[in-house]
Design a protein around this ligand. Structure first.
Ligand code: BG6
Length: 486
């Protein structure tokens, strides 16, 4: 367990993110002895509620997955280290009161150093004022101060730069932890090991062997209840520009000099800088309509009736460096599709013609969720007298291979890293800058800020389908060949 004394303040404690992700992650760490011994948690929000009500909310999403008989005891212990403090987001007085509360708690540590970690689970509108108030009123002079922030970080390159300039005026890069929760996922972290610890893969990881790469995010539900937020951002900002681009950068970066945060992030930035901004011709957009008894995107009351906001997007990115030139990287994500699945699919080139005709390509699939797995499609001889070949799989499904192993939740792993001060799995300012450069032109086009009246076509697709009908044609256009494993 960590030894540093810490108080974590969760701002936005009455919101959805805190309830669904932050508190369950803190609880998961607490239960497994992952939090520092003298940890205290303060929930902070505008809502007026008493301690009981806060505890009810903060623990409403906790699950007793393994029917642990001590679960209730853990929940009660967790309640005893957490308390609620209500206050505004835009006035000094509220934050001065929060500071007094922090000092009161710190007095119990008998003069030892205490770190303050501020977790901003807040809407973007109050994000900057809160960061400023925290610095002015709640910054500890005795311990380390850290601020954890959540996306969205701006809406395009310009607004991102404005945001980051304001944040940097208060908090140093070293104190700032920008969450992209995909970086906390086991299989995303696994990519580094798969790539750089296996000669069999690293020697064929380039344009000579790889034909195309797809990184796919599919969700079987729509924007239900989140239409207001979603309509302002759209699927590209919600998933592609951050989660999928992060996966792409780890799949394609050069080997870092070490596992240190700066060495890893230097390599990620380098490969991102070699990616050209997404072009219109490399984009396919969609929006779901009512089907199978489910409502369409426009049926959501929080969405404007004429909205052209894409709930599905496929974009192909090109990396202009010697390793990857000419290899299409297809990033695709959609809401209200036929299944829940996130994966990276690396398709190798055809073997040279000669003794085999129509032989399937090799494919390496890294399934990020659900059911973590790595599998490789491989051609083997059909058992028997003949020499016929068929595509089979070498399958490493984690549930079977690592039966009793605990795979931490992404947020658990990230909060722990932030408590340790490890930035490896957080997004650096320059990483985001390039990420916005890649997507800003296409976003402006979609939102009518482009030249002329040539708005993109938004293909309608039924709720529960695989996406727009044009999808297969789009993907095949980049040389992808479907493989049916026998
Ligand atoms: C969030 C997006 O960042 O990621 C959501 O805002 C999306 O729209 C979510 O549903 C997906 O996260 P996960 O961990 O469920 O794959």
């Amino acid at each position: 367990p960590l030894t540093n004394n810490t108080i974590i303040v969760v701002l936005g404690a009455s919101g959805d993110l805190a309830k669904k992700k932050t508190f369950p992650a803190l609880f998961g760490l607490f239960k497994n002895d992952g939090l520092p011994k003298g940890i205290k948690i303060i929930g902070y929000a505008r809502t007026k509620m008493d301690q009981d009500e806060f505890h009810k909310r903060a623990t409403s999403y906790l699950k007793n997955k393994n029917d642990d008989p001590k679960f209730e005891t853990y929940v009660n212990d967790f309640k005893s280290i957490s308390s609620y403090h209500n206050g505004g987001y835009e006035d000094d007085e509220s934050f001065q009161k929060l500071n007094s509360e922090l000092e009161k708690i710190e007095a119990n540590y008998k003069g030892e150093e205490v770190n303050r970690v501020f977790y901003l689970a807040l809407p973007p509108t109050v994000f900057i004022p809160v960061a400023e108030h925290l610095k002015r009123n709640c910054y500890s002079k005795k311990g380390v101060n850290r601020i954890i922030v959540e996306k969205p970080f701006g809406k395009d390159l310009q607004s991102y730069r404005e945001l980051v300039t304001k944040l940097k005026a208060q908090w140093t890069e070293d104190e700032t932890f920008r969450i992209d929760h995909y970086l906390g996922k086991e299989m995303v972290k696994n990519i580094l090991v798969l790539r750089f610890a296996n000669m069999a893969l690293s020697s064929s990881w380039d344009r000579n062997s790889i034909s195309n790469v797809q990184i796919t995010f599919k969700e079987p539900f729509g924007t239900e209840g989140r239409g207001g937020y979603f309509d302002e951002f759209g699927i590209i900002r919600d998933v592609l520009q951050n989660h999928l681009l992060q996966v792409l950068s780890i799949l394609t970066m050069e080997s870092p000099v070490s596992f240190s945060a700066e060495d890893i992030r230097d390599e990620k930035v380098k490969v991102l800088r070699a990616i050209a901004p997404v072009e219109r011709k490399d984009t396919l957009l969609g929006q779901y309509v009512a089907a199978n008894g489910k409502p369409g995107y426009l049926d959501d009351d929080t969405v404007p009736k004429n909205s052209n906001c894409p709930t599905f997007a496929a974009t192909t990115l090109w990396i202009n460096n010697p390793r990857w030139e000419g290899v299409p990287f297809i990033l695709k994500a959609g809401k209200a599709l036929n299944e829940a699945k996130v994966e990276a699919r690396i398709q190798f080139k055809d073997v040279t013609r000669g003794i085999f005709k129509d032989i399937a390509r090799n494919e390496l699939v890294i399934r990020i969720q659900p059911s973590e797995a790595v599998y490789l499609k491989l051609n083997v001889k059909k058992p028997g007298f003949g020499m016929g070949a068929f595509a089979s799989e070498m399958d490493l499904t984690y549930k079977r291979r690592f039966e009793d192993m605990h795979i931490p939740e992404a947020y658990e792993s990230l909060i722990l890293d932030a408590l340790k001060g490890d930035h490896s799995n957080f997004v650096r300012d320059d990483e985001l800058d390039v990420a916005w450069k890649i997507f800003t032109p296409i976003l402006h086009w979609i939102e009518g800020k482009g030249t002329g009246n040539d708005l993109p076509k938004i293909h309608r697709y039924p709720y529960g389908s695989r996406g727009p009908e044009k999808l297969d044609e789009f993907i095949n256009g980049y040389g992808f060949k479907r493989i049916n494993a026998g």
